[in-house]
Design a protein around this ligand. Structure first.
Ligand SMILES: [Zn+2]
Length: 273
């Protein structure tokens, strides 16, 4: 069986991460963040993907903890300064992760880093065929309809070099794929293991990825509303059959995925599973 190489982080060197901005009120938090960032920057070049992956996984977890802390403080009516400093912690972790992953993605020739509009490659010209739904402020939604949930997040299997980084929705080729929430199209690319893919940036800073599409209906830079069609599902890239691969990421780059179903549940979208 073929391996979906998209789940694998390449063995590449990367640039040192940015230092977290400003001074932090909590020394402990500063030490923790510094630990993650230093570890991300310290994995030596060619040390192998395993050490790098371990550190990026740690950074993703630290980010999610920091985000949960921001949410808790907001819900508990904490002082503005407290919320701000928690938000700074979250952003510092993300900035370090972003730099490290961007560098790896660029060196590996990941189209999201080197050709996010899909123009340089041989991507099918993305004609804007998708209309914004009437209800622009629509609720968050599932990325497709009439699906069967197949491979889940963090699943192990012969198809992935490591763990599965997204949630698969088994749907026939040609099924409409929708933006789960409002945002801006960050990338429309083709040619790697993900085949034709769309990456959307949402207002909360997270990114969603829709891969293996047969057709792309949006362009980089375009705004999309929740439920707006991004394209049609397919079987492009490294796949064993037609399905939608859906990911939620902290950055546009692979290696920063979080568990997508709990993330959607926080937006009041329950897709089962
Ligand atoms: Zn998948």
């Amino acid at each position: 069986m073929r391996r979906e190489h998209h789940a694998r982080l390449p063995r590449m060197c990367f640039a040192p991460a940015r230092k977290p901005p400003g001074s932090l009120p909590s020394l402990l938090a500063a030490v923790l963040i510094a630990g993650v960032l230093v570890a991300l920057a310290a994995v030596p070049a060619e040390a192998g993907g395993d050490a790098f992956r371990k550190e990026t996984t740690r950074a993703v977890r630290a980010h999610e903890k920091a985000r949960a802390q921001v949410d808790r403080l907001r819900a508990g009516d904490a002082r503005t300064t407290e919320v701000r400093s928690a938000e700074r912690r979250r952003k510092a972790i993300r900035a370090g992760l972003w730099d490290a992953l961007w560098s790896v993605a660029r060196d590996a020739g990941d189209p999201v880093a080197v050709d996010p509009s899909g123009r340089a490659g041989r991507c099918p010209a993305a004609r804007t065929r998708s209309r914004t739904p009437e209800d622009r402020d629509g609720d968050w939604t599932a990325p497709t309809r009439r699906y069967r949930l197949s491979a889940g997040y963090a699943a192990r299997g012969s198809r992935w070099a490591h763990r599965h980084t997204g949630q698969d929705f088994a749907v026939p080729t040609g099924t409409p794929v929708y933006a789960v929430g409002p945002g801006t199209v960050r990338a429309t690319t083709c040619g790697d293991g993900f085949g034709n893919q769309v990456i959307v940036r949402h207002p909360d800073g997270y990114f969603t990825q829709y891969a293996h599409l047969s057709r792309i209906d949006v362009r980089k830079g375009g705004r999309v509303a929740a439920g707006q069609r991004l394209g049609l599902s397919g079987a492009t890239g490294n796949v064993t059959g037609p399905h939608l691969h859906f990911e939620v990421r902290i950055t546009p780059y692979m290696g920063s995925a979080v568990s997508p179903l709990p993330w959607l549940r926080r937006k009041s979208v329950d897709i089962g599973g």
